[in-house]
Ligand binder design. Sequence first.
Ligand code: DGP
Length: 120
Amino acid sequence: MAYDENNIFAKILRGELPCDKVFEDDWALAFTDIQPQAPIHILVIPKGAYVSMDDFSVNASADEIAGFFRAVGTVARDAGATQDGYRMLANHGRDARQEVPHFHVHVFGGRDLGGMVKRA
Ligand code: DGP
């Protein structure tokens, strides 16, 4: 699947759409999810143009991957979620119901998050 330069997160990265930014460095931007599903629900996205985890894991450089996942940990720590716990989640493709075709990791926390995967 080719990267769509007009996806909503690409527009946020270019500053064409606003976001509630909580973190930014050379590798990642993080902002609160527009439809939060937990008291802490932050999206962390790489600065590079990658459709999903599959694209990112194949095509991103080692520096991009390290920088991105370090940012995810920093975001969770800065949100105060490290002590009580948090969940990170990335949806890839149809079965996972990925909505936005720019790779992103959800960070959830701030309450008991329940079981790992919802039964169909
Ligand atoms: P996913 O299913 O993993 O692709 O989740 C996409 C998430 O993105 C979903 O939780 C809602 C969120 N989202 C969609 N549009 C926007 C937006 O314009 N701003 C923000 N902050 N979040 C958005």
